[in-house]
Design a protein. Structure first.
Length: 489
């Protein structure tokens, strides 16, 4: 179960500040003026807070800077955290300040004296996002309870606002848990079981097994998993929160629980990172969880293709020709270009079954997108300017990097095969674009579609504002907002 920090809310009680055991966080705006809570903490500590201000520490500070006073005399607290933040901050600044608090949250309790800050709920959200840790395989990790007590004006209103946000955090944490999980634990079966468990949240979850996938003709998806002992699966998650007859948004995720490359084996160095090759499926799962938890008034269907790409005597060989559910044949030149083979069958199935109002696929698809965009932006490919604009806007509002990339006929012709309808790779130039072109062959003209190549952003080697090293949960916030913007109004 994802570990989301718990929060409780109450009116500001200045007298509670002296005796609180744990961390006490206060907010100070760059102008250095202290609110009632900060004044009380200042008085209790015989002017320590004012000294920070007078020393000019706030002038160089930005949102997200935290100045910590350890074991302050005059208080029971283990520390006072001074968070620098405007009284009416931007959404992203408020989250950043909250994240600074989340990062230092230790076992036990913290008290946030937020007063009447206009973005208090966003501060709480930032703290919850950044307090995440992946500890199930640490034998010395005791069960941590990260409880945050929020003292603020209008606590009921703040609580209602924060509850919706914490649903999103819990979804993002599920994405991170799945993406961080090693492949011997997160097998295709374990993945499907974790999704099936979300039925308790009101999602309809179906698991399609190999015999059904064969009947459906998903030859490209199945050829990827055929070298593994773990059975290939497609999981369909439906959230029906909108009008009964409204066409759903379809989210499709690449769920390669481990990508060795198959017979086109990857080099040993860094191969362990390929436990995150189910990151797209992880995001889809986390978004579905968030939508269910917050009771979104929209119809959204999430589909994930779960396979393991292994070399064995049963594995697909370079040169093999396979047939997709659509009927198109594919010459598999390189078994390491497997993500597109998984996605194209799930995308076709999604369109045939649901006639979606829009379709967004997410995949850790190409190393080339990391060469192009690094770890700052996901690659965005689309056949529909309006949907694409809406997504880019949602991503920007949420502070999740996303950059549009081109599609075009000339790239498409790089997929020509001598003996089949197409090859599964286009060569080294424009590797991310030819991968997207491959996918577009499985998108119906009438389906507005976005492909998100998240190979660079799903899991990172240095911390980001809202996440520690490892899985980021990139995309959960943006997709949740897109659903809100486009399907709930
Ligand atoms: N899962 C990889 C892409 C990837 C690389 C994800 C690095 C995350 C980090 C994908 O299946 C793959 O192997 N792509 C190949 C395609 C090539 C064979 C055309 C690649 O990018 O090298
Ligand atoms: Mn691969
Ligand atoms: Zn892969």
């Amino acid at each position: 179960m994802p570990n989301v920090m718990t929060a409780t809310y109450a009116e500001v009680d200045l007298d509670a500040l002296a005796g609180f055991e744990g961390r006490v966080a206060i907010l100070i705006a760059p102008d250095g003026k202290l609110d009632a809570s900060a004044r009380r903490v200042n008085r209790l500590t015989k002017g320590a807070v004012a000294r920070v201000v007078d020393a000019g520490k706030l002038e160089e500070a930005r949102a997200g800077t935290v100045i910590t006073l350890g074991y302050p005399a005059g208080m029971a607290a283990e520390a006072v955290d001074i968070l620098c933040l405007e009284r009416r901050p931007t959404l992203l600044d408020a989250r950043k300040a909250g994240a600074a608090l989340g990062k230092v949250l230790k076992d036990g309790n913290a008290l946030l004296a937020a007063g009447s800050n206009s973005k208090t709920a966003q501060i709480v959200f930032g703290a919850a996002m950044r307090a995440y840790e992946f500890t199930p395989h640490k034998s010395d990790a005791n069960a941590k309870s990260r409880a945050l007590k929020v003292m603020c004006a209008k606590p009921e209103e703040i609580e209602a606002e924060a509850d919706t946000l914490l649903a999103i955090a819990e979804g993002a944490h599920m994405t991170r848990d799945l993406t961080n999980e090693p492949a011997n634990v997160l097998t295709t079966t374990e993945f499907a079981d974790r999704l099936k468990a979300m039925e308790s949240l009101g999602l309809e979850v179906e698991v399609l097994e190999e015999d059904e996938l064969e009947k459906l003709g998903m030859g490209t998806l199945l050829c990827v998993g055929q070298g593994s002992d773990s059975p290939s699966k497609v999981v369909v998650m439906q959230w029906k929160g909108g009008e009964p007859d409204a066409k759903p948004l379809a989210l499709i995720g690449k769920g390669v629980v481990f990508d060795t490359g198959g017979i086109s084996l990857k080099p040993a160095g860094g191969m362990e990172d390929m436990t995150m090759d189910m990151g797209g499926a992880g995001v889809v799962s986390g978004v579905m969880r968030s939508l269910a938890l917050r009771g979104a008034k929209a119809n959204v269907v999430g589909l994930v293709g779960l396979v393991e790409n292994m070399p064995s005597s049963n594995a697909t060989r370079p040169g093999d020709v396979v047939t997709s559910m659509k009927g198109d044949t594919v010459e598999v030149i390189n078994t390491d270009a497997e993500g597109r083979l998984v996605l194209c069958d799930v995308m076709w199935y999604a369109q045939e079954r649901f006639e979606p109002a829009g379709m967004i696929d997410l995949a850790t698809l190409t190393g080339a997108i990391i060469i192009g965009l690094g770890h700052e932006n996901a690659g965005v490919f689309s056949n529909d300017d309006a949907l694409c604009r809406a997504f880019l806007n949602a991503a920007e509002q949420e502070g999740e990097g996303a950059w549009r990339m081109p599609l075009g006929k000339a790239y498409d012709s790089m997929l020509k095969s001598r003996i089949a309808d197409m090859k599964n790779i286009g060569g080294r130039p424009a590797g991310s674009i030819t991968a997207a072109q491959f996918l577009q062959r499985f998108v119906k003209d009438e389906t507005p579609w976005i492909h998100l190549d998240i190979a660079g952003v799903a899991s990172v080697k240095s911390e980001t504002t809202l996440a520690p090293v490892g899985a980021t949960g990139w995309g959960v916030m943006a997709l949740n907002r897109l659903v809100q913007d486009m399907f709930e109004n």
